[in-house]
Design a protein around this ligand. Structure first.
Ligand SMILES: Cc1cc2nc3c(=O)[nH]c(=O)nc-3n(C[C@H](O)[C@H](O)[C@H](O)COP(=O)(O)O)c2cc1C
Length: 172
Protein backbone atom coordinates (compact mmCIF):
# COMPACT_ATOMS: atom_id res chain seq x y z
CA UNK A 1 0.00 0.00 0.00
CA UNK A 2 1.39 3.44 -0.85
CA UNK A 3 1.91 5.90 1.96
CA UNK A 4 -0.89 8.32 1.10
CA UNK A 5 -3.45 5.49 0.95
CA UNK A 6 -2.20 4.20 4.31
CA UNK A 7 -2.43 7.67 5.88
CA UNK A 8 -5.93 8.20 4.52
CA UNK A 9 -7.21 4.77 5.54
CA UNK A 10 -6.10 5.25 9.15
CA UNK A 11 -8.76 6.21 11.61
CA UNK A 12 -8.99 6.21 15.40
CA UNK A 13 -10.27 2.74 16.19
CA UNK A 14 -11.85 2.45 19.61
CA UNK A 15 -13.06 -1.13 19.36
CA UNK A 16 -10.27 -3.69 19.43
CA UNK A 17 -10.19 -7.43 20.07
CA UNK A 18 -7.92 -9.43 22.31
CA UNK A 19 -6.57 -11.42 19.33
CA UNK A 20 -2.82 -11.65 19.96
CA UNK A 21 -0.37 -9.67 17.89
CA UNK A 22 2.96 -11.25 17.08
CA UNK A 23 6.34 -10.30 18.47
CA UNK A 24 7.34 -9.46 14.87
CA UNK A 25 4.50 -6.95 14.64
CA UNK A 26 5.48 -5.36 17.94
CA UNK A 27 9.11 -5.25 16.79
CA UNK A 28 8.16 -3.54 13.50
CA UNK A 29 6.14 -0.90 15.39
CA UNK A 30 9.09 -0.22 17.67
CA UNK A 31 11.52 -0.05 14.75
CA UNK A 32 9.30 2.50 13.01
CA UNK A 33 9.50 4.63 16.15
CA UNK A 34 13.25 4.20 16.44
CA UNK A 35 13.68 5.22 12.78
CA UNK A 36 12.12 8.63 13.38
CA UNK A 37 14.25 11.76 13.35
CA UNK A 38 14.84 13.86 16.46
CA UNK A 39 16.27 17.35 16.79
CA UNK A 40 20.10 17.15 16.72
CA UNK A 41 19.58 13.38 16.91
CA UNK A 42 19.47 13.68 20.71
CA UNK A 43 16.79 10.91 20.87
CA UNK A 44 15.18 12.32 24.02
CA UNK A 45 12.38 9.77 24.40
CA UNK A 46 11.36 6.47 25.87
CA UNK A 47 8.81 3.89 24.72
CA UNK A 48 7.08 1.59 27.17
CA UNK A 49 5.50 -1.63 25.88
CA UNK A 50 2.85 -3.40 27.92
CA UNK A 51 1.84 -6.93 26.99
CA UNK A 52 1.47 -8.76 30.29
CA UNK A 53 -2.03 -9.07 31.78
CA UNK A 54 -0.79 -7.35 34.92
CA UNK A 55 0.64 -4.32 33.08
CA UNK A 56 -2.42 -4.02 30.81
CA UNK A 57 -4.74 -4.08 33.82
CA UNK A 58 -2.64 -1.41 35.54
CA UNK A 59 -2.71 0.85 32.48
CA UNK A 60 -6.45 0.45 32.18
CA UNK A 61 -6.89 1.31 35.85
CA UNK A 62 -4.95 4.55 35.45
CA UNK A 63 -6.78 5.66 32.34
CA UNK A 64 -10.48 6.43 31.85
CA UNK A 65 -10.53 5.33 28.21
CA UNK A 66 -12.61 2.18 28.40
CA UNK A 67 -11.73 1.01 24.90
CA UNK A 68 -8.20 0.31 26.05
CA UNK A 69 -9.09 -3.27 26.85
CA UNK A 70 -9.51 -5.81 25.39
CA UNK A 71 -6.29 -5.22 23.53
CA UNK A 72 -3.08 -7.24 23.45
CA UNK A 73 -0.57 -4.40 23.64
CA UNK A 74 -0.30 -0.83 24.88
CA UNK A 75 2.53 1.54 24.01
CA UNK A 76 3.29 4.68 26.01
CA UNK A 77 5.64 7.33 24.62
CA UNK A 78 7.37 9.99 26.68
CA UNK A 79 9.72 12.85 25.89
CA UNK A 80 12.74 13.61 28.06
CA UNK A 81 13.08 17.39 28.39
CA UNK A 82 16.45 17.02 30.13
CA UNK A 83 17.99 15.48 26.99
CA UNK A 84 16.19 17.40 24.27
CA UNK A 85 17.45 20.13 21.99
CA UNK A 86 16.56 23.63 23.20
CA UNK A 87 16.27 26.37 20.58
CA UNK A 88 18.42 29.28 21.71
CA UNK A 89 16.26 31.97 20.08
CA UNK A 90 13.27 31.37 22.32
CA UNK A 91 14.23 28.57 24.72
CA UNK A 92 11.77 26.13 23.15
CA UNK A 93 12.40 22.57 24.35
CA UNK A 94 11.77 20.05 21.54
CA UNK A 95 11.17 16.91 23.67
CA UNK A 96 7.42 16.82 22.94
CA UNK A 97 8.01 17.46 19.25
CA UNK A 98 10.54 14.62 19.02
CA UNK A 99 8.35 12.23 21.03
CA UNK A 100 5.35 13.08 18.83
CA UNK A 101 7.27 12.22 15.67
CA UNK A 102 8.22 8.86 17.21
CA UNK A 103 4.57 8.32 18.14
CA UNK A 104 3.30 9.25 14.66
CA UNK A 105 5.71 6.78 13.05
CA UNK A 106 4.48 4.08 15.43
CA UNK A 107 0.81 4.88 14.84
CA UNK A 108 1.22 4.55 11.08
CA UNK A 109 3.26 1.34 11.39
CA UNK A 110 0.47 -0.10 13.56
CA UNK A 111 -1.83 0.58 10.60
CA UNK A 112 0.66 -0.89 8.13
CA UNK A 113 0.77 -4.08 10.22
CA UNK A 114 -2.98 -4.51 9.62
CA UNK A 115 -3.69 -3.47 13.20
CA UNK A 116 -5.63 -0.55 14.62
CA UNK A 117 -5.22 2.01 17.36
CA UNK A 118 -6.15 5.44 18.70
CA UNK A 119 -3.72 8.08 19.87
CA UNK A 120 -4.74 8.57 23.50
CA UNK A 121 -3.70 11.82 25.13
CA UNK A 122 -6.47 11.93 27.70
CA UNK A 123 -4.87 10.18 30.65
CA UNK A 124 -3.56 11.42 33.98
CA UNK A 125 0.25 11.37 33.70
CA UNK A 126 0.62 11.67 37.47
CA UNK A 127 -1.52 8.57 38.00
CA UNK A 128 0.37 6.70 35.31
CA UNK A 129 3.69 7.73 36.87
CA UNK A 130 2.48 6.54 40.28
CA UNK A 131 1.65 3.16 38.72
CA UNK A 132 4.85 2.94 36.66
CA UNK A 133 7.50 4.91 38.59
CA UNK A 134 10.04 4.77 35.75
CA UNK A 135 7.71 7.03 33.73
CA UNK A 136 8.11 9.81 36.26
CA UNK A 137 10.06 12.75 34.90
CA UNK A 138 9.02 12.08 31.30
CA UNK A 139 6.60 14.22 29.36
CA UNK A 140 4.05 11.52 28.50
CA UNK A 141 2.51 12.52 25.18
CA UNK A 142 0.85 9.40 23.78
CA UNK A 143 -0.63 6.07 24.67
CA UNK A 144 -1.59 3.56 21.98
CA UNK A 145 -3.84 0.61 22.75
CA UNK A 146 -3.19 -1.51 19.69
CA UNK A 147 -4.60 -4.70 18.27
CA UNK A 148 -6.89 -6.12 15.61
CA UNK A 149 -10.00 -4.03 15.00
CA UNK A 150 -13.32 -5.60 15.95
CA UNK A 151 -15.41 -6.67 12.94
CA UNK A 152 -17.94 -3.93 13.65
CA UNK A 153 -15.40 -1.17 14.39
CA UNK A 154 -16.10 2.07 12.52
CA UNK A 155 -14.61 5.55 12.50
CA UNK A 156 -16.23 8.04 14.88
CA UNK A 157 -17.98 11.05 13.41
CA UNK A 158 -15.06 13.52 13.83
CA UNK A 159 -13.01 11.41 11.40
CA UNK A 160 -14.90 12.93 8.47
CA UNK A 161 -14.91 16.52 9.75
CA UNK A 162 -12.29 18.62 8.01
CA UNK A 163 -11.73 22.34 8.28
CA UNK A 164 -11.58 24.00 4.87
CA UNK A 165 -8.21 23.62 3.21
CA UNK A 166 -7.90 27.38 2.69
CA UNK A 167 -7.90 27.80 6.49
CA UNK A 168 -5.25 25.13 6.95
CA UNK A 169 -2.88 25.71 4.05
CA UNK A 170 -1.33 28.98 2.99
CA UNK A 171 0.57 29.07 -0.26
CA UNK A 172 2.86 31.87 -1.28
C1 LIG B 1 -2.55 14.24 20.33
C2 LIG B 1 -3.84 13.45 20.22
C3 LIG B 1 -4.52 13.09 21.36
C4 LIG B 1 -5.70 12.34 21.28
N1 LIG B 1 -6.30 11.90 22.43
C5 LIG B 1 -7.39 11.11 22.34
C6 LIG B 1 -7.98 10.56 23.52
O1 LIG B 1 -7.49 10.76 24.63
N2 LIG B 1 -9.08 9.79 23.38
C7 LIG B 1 -9.63 9.53 22.16
O2 LIG B 1 -10.64 8.81 22.11
N3 LIG B 1 -9.08 10.00 21.02
C8 LIG B 1 -7.98 10.80 21.09
N4 LIG B 1 -7.39 11.26 19.94
C9 LIG B 1 -7.95 10.91 18.64
C10 LIG B 1 -8.62 12.11 17.97
O3 LIG B 1 -9.83 12.40 18.64
C11 LIG B 1 -8.87 11.76 16.51
O4 LIG B 1 -7.61 11.57 15.88
C12 LIG B 1 -9.64 12.84 15.76
O5 LIG B 1 -10.94 12.96 16.27
C13 LIG B 1 -9.72 12.54 14.25
O6 LIG B 1 -10.31 11.26 14.05
P1 LIG B 1 -9.52 10.11 13.28
O7 LIG B 1 -8.25 9.83 14.02
O8 LIG B 1 -10.47 8.94 13.28
O9 LIG B 1 -9.24 10.62 11.88
C14 LIG B 1 -6.21 11.99 20.00
C15 LIG B 1 -5.51 12.36 18.85
C16 LIG B 1 -4.34 13.06 18.95
C17 LIG B 1 -3.58 13.40 17.67
Amino acid sequence: MDFLTLAKERYSCRKLTDRPVSEEQIRAILEAGLAAPTACNYQPFKIWVMTSDEALAKVKASCRQQFIQPCPVVFVIGGDTSRAWVRDYDGKNFADVDASIIAAHMMLEIQDQGLATTWIGHFDPKKLGDTFPDMQGYSLIAMFAAGYAADDAVPAEPHTKCRPEEELIQRY
